[in-house]
Design a protein around this ligand. Sequence first.
Ligand SMILES: Cc1cc2nc3c(=O)[nH]c(=O)nc-3n(C[C@H](O)[C@H](O)[C@H](O)COP(=O)(O)O)c2cc1C
Length: 178
Amino acid sequence: MSSFYDLVLERRSIRSYSSKPVPLEDVEDVIRTALEAPSAKNLQPWEIIIVQDEKRRKRLAEIAGRQEFVGEAPIILAPVATEPERVMTCDIPAYAVDLSILVTHMMLRAAEKGLGTCWIGAFDSQEAADELGVPAGRKVFTLLPLGYPAKKPERRPRKDFDDVVSWEQYGQNRQEDA
Ligand SMILES: Cc1cc2nc3c(=O)[nH]c(=O)nc-3n(C[C@H](O)[C@H](O)[C@H](O)COP(=O)(O)O)c2cc1C
């Protein structure tokens, strides 16, 4: 079993999937694990649609600006925000935070099971809602293809620690010990 550290370092966004089916127990396990994610006031403002149907997957890929790989994965998970209007005291929309944590848990649990995912932000949420029969007042948050990776991409570069971290106040460097 990989450590959390290994998982975080090894997870990649997968854009090429094998057609090998994903056992439904594994799909359920990925979701059940993610349901343990924290959420503001523990409101758990989410629902998840599991899409297997090939025609529907291809349609969702079109809705995602023709990112064909989205439809090639044997499963697409579509997390839905049930309260997209709620804003936290800190002036940040709660659903965006809560569902991001949910999806991150799904991605890491999937990776732990040898499954690939790719967060899709480039899609038309209203068109996805129409395709998936999501009622008004709810928002399709992302599309998450899920399947066995056909290719594993290279790690993409990350910003350096010192370029993004300040000490005590914005932009301030660490004070060296005297
Ligand atoms: C909010 C969000 C939206 C994204 N949208 C897309 C997308 O529409 N299509 C895509 O191919 N990758 C998408 N990605 C994946 C990023 O490109 C990817 O995470 C980043 O390049 C780092 O690569 P890695 O995930 O392999 O480490 C998205 C990632 C996030 C977190």
